[in-house]
Design a protein around this ligand. Structure first.
Ligand code: PHE
Length: 347
């Protein structure tokens, strides 16, 4: 082939790229067959030196066949989509390149919080607790009344709840489940077995956000009732769980606190690893994980249990905070950020 024809081939290849580009952007794919670039190549056949004309013409023809195939394939792809799909968030007739690009399913993974919650529940199950599901909308009785917050009790204000116009409440803690769990497993006590349940779920608070506060987060509630249960059992249970979860004995701190539904009540904190400390202050030394205490007699009564016969403990811990301590995560907001770089570290 002569030098001229090589240039001709180059030109065809360049046109192929240009056409492909145009084709991708076209709404009506058939229009590509009328592209000026294609017509120019046809004119080129006539103007090509006679000895190259056949080869040149063949190359142009094969490009045209390719372009026709592109068009046919795009039409087939359109036909595969059912014409009525009211759930599709885009028009079914929009061009393939206008539709959203979904992440391939094989790149997905469980959210780290789900993995951790499953792991936490596993530990408690091995310790003899059943796992119950909470709910994400509840009523005044379960949020306050059954937990010994009488109406107008000032401690109600400690929980900045989100409320619907009908007076329903997005639970601000998983303690809303204490009453239900005690009622559900009451029969255990008659058989001489304890009530032992954990309840993980989301809770909602009208909070200002910062590195350790979110308005929506997970808690895990624990309820244990039997005869002769005391604070010693509470501490033993929590430290067994903590050493299992962290795979090491971390320093813990229990300090007196107030909750209407437990008496005595405590705040439970664990020592922060160095990576999660901003400075050496006493405040930075401890991370509060949640509250705990002995179940108040009024809470027992509201579930139909006799506090003269039975005693029990309860606890409620923030899941994100436990996970942050385990993996050295410095900001709770990462969990809900949908930041793939963060999430992929756990998959
Ligand atoms: N529900 C309390 C809170 O979220 C924590 C708690 C649970 C305290 C159980 C005592 C017993 O603040």
């Amino acid at each position: 082939m002569t030098e001229g024809s090589t240039t001709g081939m180059d030109e065809i290849n360049k046109t192929r790229d240009i056409l492909r580009d145009k084709f991708e952007k076209l709404e009506d794919k058939k229009q590509i067959l009328k592209a000026v670039e294609l017509r120019k190549l046809y004119d080129g056949i006539r103007n090509a030196p006679p000895e190259d004309r056949a080869a040149y013409g063949q190359a142009v023809n094969s490009l045209k066949l390719d372009v026709q195939t592109w068009v046919e394939q795009s039409q087939e792809a359109d036909e595969e989509i059912s014409p009525i799909d009211i759930t599709a968030p885009w028009g079914v007739n929009s061009a393939a390149d206008r539709r959203p690009q979904f992440l391939p399913a094989e790149q997905g993974s469980q959210h780290p919080l789900t993995t951790e919650i499953n792991y936490i529940c596993d530990i408690f199950q091995r310790m003899g607790f059943v796992v119950e599901e909470s709910r994400e909308i509840d009523d005044d009785f379960h949020m306050f009344e059954s937990l010994n917050f009488p109406e107008d009790h000032p401690a109600r204000d400690d929980y900045d709840t989100f409320m619907t116009d009908e007076g329903l409440i997005a639970p601000a803690h998983t303690s809303t489940m204490q009453n239900r769990v005690m009622q559900k497993y009451k029969a255990n006590l008659d058989k001489g077995e304890p009530i032992a349940a954990v309840v993980p779920d989301r809770v909602f608070r009208n909070e200002d956000l910062d590195a350790t506060h979110e308005h929506t987060f997970y808690q895990i509630e624990g309820v244990y009732v039997s005869k002769n249960v005391n604070v010693g059992n509470l501490i033993a249970t929590l430290s067994t769980y903590m050493s299992e979860y962290y795979g090491q004995q971390l320093k813990t701190k229990l300090q007196p606190f107030y909750f209407p539904f437990t008496e005595p009540s405590f705040e439970f904190a664990i020592e922060r690893p160095d990576v999660l400390r901003k400075d050496n202050s006493e405040e930075q030394k401890w991370l509060e994980l949640g509250g705990c205490g002995m179940i108040h007699p009024n809470v027992m009564r509201s579930a139909g249990l006799d506090p003269e016969v039975y005693t029990g403990f309860a606890f409620g811990f923030g899941v994100e905070r436990m996970v942050m301590m385990k993996h050295g995560i410095e900001d709770v907001r990462h969990f809900e950020s949908a930041n793939l770089k963060f999430l992929r570290q756990f998959s």
